[in-house]
Design a protein around this ligand. Structure first.
Ligand code: TXA
Ligand code: MG
Length: 320
């Protein structure tokens, strides 16, 4: 766990234009001073991220939102009030203080307050809003542990703060609640059902094509290096074999596989989400030639888990 001195030093690195990878409750983030266009540009470079993919700005406290962007529509305020700090990203108008590179030129900005003590202390100590995408190379598996960041980004980052495994293990839910009916732009750790308890019915509009409103929603994304095939619900995989790995929801498969990961032996979707990327990182490291994955029940955070699996599988299939 980061000591106070490490946090202070990391805050200085952020304030002076450097990159700091830090834990959040969802996945590890790769942070830069969001007020500094040059620092933000370094994020795109380190991640090899296309410039059309906007960043999420992170704040230490919900009370900091108004100071940065002024007043927000009532539904946005209600969601921030209910779920921050937490795994919910909200869309607001981009304030002048935030350079356009952070939002890839969009007139809107994505913003959230992470529910992780180190993240919030770091951002507070830096004294600036922190732009942070997930701390992985573009298109690859998101990091849920500091060692994933070191393995994936290594020398491109000045500081990696180790806060242990990420609690949620899957990215934040992105909601645009500025209009009459809120729109979910990315399924994530906060279930849609929870959002609806505050706002009433929402529309789920996940981008799917090359039109990246939220590139976490590109059809192919979140991919392991090993080809991944997603089974249909209820489908059982034919044969294991010595070179294939298996990602199960709750029950170990009958056949023998070269490597097996079970997401939650008790069938708990929150646990399954928390373990998803870690299990995929492990299967990737197991040296198998194919990963076969079971979908999880399509409810609550299970929807976000299946979404990630579909996009991982899409990377390995010809577009149809
Ligand atoms: O849980 C998370 O949200 C993590 C942690 C580090 O906070 N961050 C994360 O960032 O997942 P990233 O860059 O991997 O995904 C950010 C997503 C992208 O798909 C981006 O397109 C979308 O947020 N986004 C950012 N600004 C947006 C905007 N103005 N309108 C719509 N989508 C936006
Ligand atoms: Mg990402």
């Amino acid at each position: 766990m980061p000591a106070d001195g490490d946090l202070t030093e990391a805050a200085t690195v952020l304030r002076t234009g450097g990159l700091v990878a830090f834990p959040t409750e969802t996945v590890y983030g790769l942070g830069a001073n969001a007020l500094d266009a040059r620092a933000a540009a370094r994020i795109f470079e380190a991640k090899q991220r296309p410039s059309f993919d906007p960043l999420i700005t992170h704040l230490a406290d919900a009370a900091d939102l108004e100071a940065l962007v002024g007043s927000v529509p009532p539904a946005v305020a209600a969601l921030a009030d209910r779920f921050w700090p937490g795994p919910l990203t909200l869309i607001v108008d981009r304030p002048d203080a935030i350079p356009p590179i952070v939002t890839s030129g969009l007139a809107t900005m994505a913003v959230r307050v992470p529910d992780n003590e180190y993240a919030r202390r770091l951002i507070a100590a830096a004294g600036v809003p922190v732009a942070a995408p997930s701390a992985n190379r573009f298109g690859q598996l998101s990091p849920t542990r500091a060692e994933h960041v070191v393995r994936g980004l290594g020398a491109a980052v000045e500081v990696v703060l180790d806060g242990g495994p990420a609690r949620c293990g899957i990215e934040s839910t992105i909601v645009d609640a500025r209009g009459d009916r809120p729109v979910v732009l990315r399924l994530g750790a906060l279930p849609v059902e929870e959002v609806e308890k505050v706002t009433g019915p929402v529309t789920v509009r996940l981008g799917n094509s090359g039109q990246p409103v939220a590139p976490g929603t590109l059809a192919a994304h979140y991919a392991p290096r090993t080809p991944l095939r997603l089974l249909a619900a209820g489908e059982s995989a034919a044969g294991g074999g010595p070179r294939r790995g298996y990602l199960a929801f709750r029950d170990r498969p009958a056949q023998s596989w070269a490597a097996v990961e079970v997401l939650s032996a008790s069938g708990d979707l929150t646990e399954a989400a928390a373990r998803l990327f870690e299990a995929l990182h492990r299967l990737d490291a197991a040296g198998v030639t194919e990963i076969v994955a079971e979908p999880v029940p399509e409810t609550g955070v299970g929807r976000a888990v299946n979404d990630r699996l579909r996009r991982a599988a899409a990377t390995w299939q010809p577009a149809g």
